[in-house]
Design a protein around this ligand. Sequence first.
Ligand code: PXL
Length: 264
Amino acid sequence: MKGKILTIAGSDPSGGAGIQADIKTISSLGGYAMTAITAITVQNTNTVSEVFEVPSSIVKSQIIAVLGDIGVDVIKTGMLLSLDIIQSLSDVLRDQCNNIPLVVDPVMVSTSGGVLLNSNCIDALISDIFPKSLLLTPNLAEASKLTGIELLRNLDDMRRAADDILKMGPDAVLVKGGHLKGDTLTDLLVTQSSEKIFTSIRVPGKNNHGTGCTLASGIATGLAQGLNLEDAIVRARKFVYKALEQAPNFGAGCGPINHLVRVD
Ligand code: PXL
């Protein structure tokens, strides 16, 4: 086992996304998974029906409990839900996690339309969390919401959004193009000094629940294991691709992927 990863995210009882996807991904890639749970969602492959917020003081003390004992190599955040949680997280990151690389998946809405971030939180996310992050992994809808660029239709649009988001303070931005049409899937990584395009063939089908959580926690695991950012992204993308290919086809809606696949 190599690499200690703390995921700060919400619980998905159907096991495909959120904390559950993160634990499976981190474990499958050989890392050690720790969790600070921000919310308990009630959902299945069809719909998110309820969300129960964990008090921000408890989110904060979960983080502090593991930091001071086991230690954390990389932090990954997913569903943060509320202003209170974002502010507590910001405080603990500033006071106790200064040198720990942070991967932020700016989760806003689930595939099935459930609200995972309250609408009053975008500004706080940008001002309090983004500047502390090594990598942000927005999908097209999130990139659009963050930048105000309404329609992201191609690589040039993704580049414009990525450059705007980079100005919000992270070291790197990975804009995920999975929601563009076409058989090829394109993700764009930008830093202050470089740009890299990652492509793969789209895996057809409806079983894509939790792919964003899986990609971000896969990248966090690679970083915790000493891979550089590009290599961590390449391995995590390969992991998601294989997990999609071997999805078990469970549930009536967008089903889970298979986190037990092996990548080299
Ligand atoms: O993939 C975004 C996401 C994050 N966190 C939780 C989720 C989802 C999507 O369903 O349920 C808890």
